[in-house]
Design a protein around this ligand. Structure first.
Ligand SMILES: CCCCCCCCCCC/C=C/C(=O)SCCNC(=O)CCNC(=O)[C@H](O)C(C)(C)COP(=O)(O)OP(=O)(O)OC[C@H]1O[C@@H](n2cnc3c(N)ncnc32)[C@H](O)[C@@H]1OP(=O)(O)O
Ligand SMILES: Cc1cc2nc3c(=O)[nH]c(=O)nc-3n(C[C@H](O)[C@H](O)[C@H](O)COP(=O)(O)OP(=O)(O)OC[C@H]3O[C@@H](n4cnc5c(N)ncnc54)[C@H](O)[C@@H]3O)c2cc1C
Length: 669
């Protein structure tokens, strides 16, 4: 063990790569300066012995896992401050994003940062929904970790349908306070990260009552624990919700209220207000309360879906290049499993997905920033499009990523089942994002609402926004004969999306015409609606990827690889959804063999660059945390070393032998 020699197969892969890996790294990071900053940041944090893992967390108890995560979180956030003070390099916000959403956080706290919600949800909520005075007071306190906060919206009984939340905040004008109550068991807050034992404040989303009238859900800042003793305040019932499939160090909690009073000023009042006498002042739009959810959905596409997939791909691809199993030609010697076309089909389309996710995430981040600025000026026109795109991109990217991570695990055979491969924790992190911040089916149906309206608008000659413009043009263009080209793929994906949306819209209309209530018609068609939203998202991602690959300012060698990946994205999803392309894009069964061949040729072309592509993601061993994926490829030595960390290997004979096994074996059943 401890050898620093690089596995010879991996070495050969790297020598035969046709493009400059560093050029890809710079493209992936957003430029050489960004790569430099990222590496300095990683060195600063990951070389600190205090942040190194002593015992693999799988061998700790639930309580020990949390305590260790808290110890490291404190150290980590002290170091962030130190980093900003000493280097002046990058704002603290950049650093936080890298820690919470980027790869760095997952290297130090792979099962979740218990402080995450303070930065990912509490601060964005105060900044987006608080008045200037509220921001001035709360932002600095939370930012400097004088207090630790979370976002408590979901309840035991309601997560999706937030208008149905039951926690009440009733205004008492005699004291100018809100009184919080949890009237039922199902009204208990359930899930908020860090709520269990970490946070002392929370944004709590509750039904606002004033002057005897309910005005729907609103956000309030509520103190939960004493700032000195950390004891729950009177009337606060609080705890942790227990062990989960993954994310076991994020400290999800529950919370109930019994006549808990907070000052009127703790209602976040940028949009709607309650005046001292209890008069309610309306918000320009009740959907502004949902702003934080949009922010997190936008951040997840890059920070979770694309990032964790790039990690899984690095592990599975390097492993597949050095793992040998069986022979393709008898007697020719054992084959790298990466030579098997089925293995390439498992790994290379997810590589393409990773690029498509990254381009889409960049687009989404840009429109998020411009629409947020418009909202601040009172212009709400583009909010529906932002909401629709954030919903479908969050849903499709987290679904693709979780599925592909599982495929990567399966692609590494038995060794992928080990915790030391880092697949289980990676999967646990990403599949959680399929549910939180809006369950994926529900989000697709939100996008579908927007699409059906856009379809109706297209039919009546109204104006359409950027992402649905194609609904106007597509149906007018005649179907042409199939051509294997990127341009044709882009059009075919849009035709499929437009066709699915039209089918839904007409199915709903047909039902309504025969007397079905519109809401029932919607529910009856909702399988197709969710699919229509997914096809719209796929068409969008296809086009964004085409624009990116064809216009990237890179060397011809790298451009060739980007185009191959882009073509693979299109051919893979086309072949996976043939029925749609037959129905809506003019594809004939006689076209399919040439597309299948196109896809297989792409797998063959990408094969020599597979290791180069994942090396280009430039994920260090400390971040990968995988016995299978390390840069040097010394897999078997690492698997052995990890096995020997098992507490069961501390003694040659475990005490349980004397206690149970020996008496049992001697009992002559
Ligand atoms: C940096 C990387 C990050 C790393 C992070 C690591 C740590 C992660 C920790 C995990 C944190 C998790 C936190 C959470 O999960 S918090 C809880 C999140 N909860 C949800 O997302 C709930 C989902 N439900 C909803 O969003 C809504 O209730 C729903 C939209 C489903 C329905 O709402 P409602 O019933 O009010 O609305 P309608 O369906 O009737 O629609 C009415 C109209 O409003 C429009 N709409 C809906 N939502 C929005 C929005 N957000 N913005 C703008 N407009 C919106 C909707 O389209 C309708 O419009 P039309 O009437 O015009 O059709
Ligand atoms: C790891 C994790 C962390 C979380 N962190 C937080 C947090 O910090 N703060 C917080 O407030 N919450 C948090 N949550 C809660 C999360 O936001 C909710 O679990 C999520 O919004 C889904 O709601 P639900 O659990 O009520 O599922 P449900 O809404 O009950 O969904 C169950 C099923 O019903 C279906 N369904 C529901 N409504 C519809 C509909 N209208 N149409 C069609 N199908 C429907 C869904 O598709 C799904 O299949 C977290 C959850 C997890 C798993």
């Amino acid at each position: 063990m401890g050898s620093i020699t690089i596995n010879k197969d991996l070495l050969r892969e790297r020598q035969s790569c046709t493009f400059n890996v560093l050029e890809l790294t710079h493209l992936w990071d957003g430029g050489p300066e960004k790569t430099k900053e990222r590496k300095e940041l990683e060195k600063f944090f990951l070389d600190d012995p205090e942040l190194q893992e002593k015992i693999p967390s799988e061998y700790l108890s639930h309580k020990e896992k949390y305590q260790e995560a808290l110890r490291r979180s404190c150290l980590l956030f002290k170091k962030i401050k130190e980093w900003s003070d000493t280097t002046g390099c990058g704002s603290q916000m950049d650093t936080f994003q890298n820690i919470l959403g980027g790869m760095l956080g997952s290297a130090i706290l792979p099962d979740g940062v218990p402080f995450a919600l303070n930065y990912v949800m509490f601060l964005p909520t105060v900044m987006g929904q608080g008045t200037m005075q509220q921001q001035a007071y709360w932002v600095s306190r939370a930012w400097n970790c004088e207090i630790m906060c979370t976002y408590a919206q979901t309840e035991l009984g309601h997560g999706t349908f937030i208008r149905g939340l039951e926690t009440t905040a009733t205004y008492d004008p005699s004291t100018e306070e809100f009184v919080f109550n949890s009237p039922t068991l199902t009204s208990y807050k359930w899930w908020p990260g860090g709520l269990g034992h970490t946070c002392n404040y929370a944004v709590v989303v509750a039904q606002l009552y004033t002057k005897g009238q309910c005005h729907g859900i609103h956000p309030f800042i509520v103190q939960l624990r004493d700032e000195e003793t950390h004891m729950p305040l009177p009337g606060i019932k609080i705890g942790e919700i227990g062990s989960k499939l993954g994310m076991n160090t994020i400290n999800n909690g529950y919370l109930g209220f019994e006549n808990v009073r907070i000052p009127r000023e703790n209602m976040l009042m940028k949009n709607s207000k309650v005046l001292p006498d209890g008069t309610y002042v309306n918000s320009p739009s009740d959907k502004l309360t949902y702003g934080t959810m949009i922010f997190v959905r936008v951040a997840l596409v890059r920070g979770i879906a694309a990032a964790y997939l790039s990690k899984a791909l690095t592990i599975a691809t390097r492993y597949s290049a050095l793992r040998k199993q069986g022979e393709i030609k008898p007697g020719a010697g054992e084959t790298q499993i990466l030579e098997y076309r089925t293995q390439q089909h498992k790994l290379f389309p997810p590589m393409a997905m990773c690029f498509a996710m990254r381009c889409s995430a960049d687009w989404l981040w840009d429109i998020y920033n411009s629409v947020t600025a418009e909202l601040d000026r009172g212009d709400l026109e583009r909010l529906p499009e932002l909401h629709a795109m954030a919903c479908c991109l969050k849903a499709v990217c987290t679904k693709d990523s979780a599925k592909a991570i599982e495929v990567c695990r399966l692609a590494t055979g038995g060794h992928g089942y080990m915790n030391s491969s880092n697949f289980p924790s990676t999967y646990g992190m990403v599949t959680a994002a399929e549910t939180y911040e809006g369950e994926n089916t529900v989000l697709l149906l939100q996008t579908a609402r927007f699409l059906v309206k856009a379809w109706q608008q297209a039919r009546s000659g109204g104006n359409l926004t950027e992402t649905v413009e194609y609904l106007k043009t597509m149906p007018l263009q005649p179907l042409s004969l199939w051509v294997n080209s990127l341009q044709h793929l882009g059009i075919a994906f849009k035709r499929v999306a437009a066709g699915n949306i039209e089918t839904c819209a007409t199915s709903i209309e047909r039902r309504i015409l025969v007397g079905v209530a519109p809401e029932d018609a919607w529910n009856e068609v909702s399988i197709q609606l969710a699919k229509a939203a997914e096809t719209h998202c796929r068409a969008f991602m296809m086009q964004i990827f085409i624009n990116f690959a064809t216009s990237a300012q890179v060397s011809p060698e790298l451009k060739k690889v980007l185009i191959e990946l882009c073509e693979l994205y299109g051919t893979y999803f086309l072949l996976d959804n043939l029925g749609d392309f037959f129905m809506y894009a003019g594809l004939r069964s006689s076209d399919v063999p040439s597309i299948q061949e196109w896809m297989e040729t792409l797998l063959h072309k990408i094969r020599p660059n597979a290791v180069g592509i994942v090396d280009g993601f430039d994920i260090s061993d400390a971040v990968l945390r995988s016995a299978l994926g390390a840069y040097d490829g010394n897999v078997y030595e690492r698997l052995f070393a990890e096995a020997n960390k098992s507490p069961l290997n501390a003694e040659p004979v475990d005490e349980s032998f004397h206690k149970y096994l020996k008496p049992f074996l001697k009992s002559n059943l």
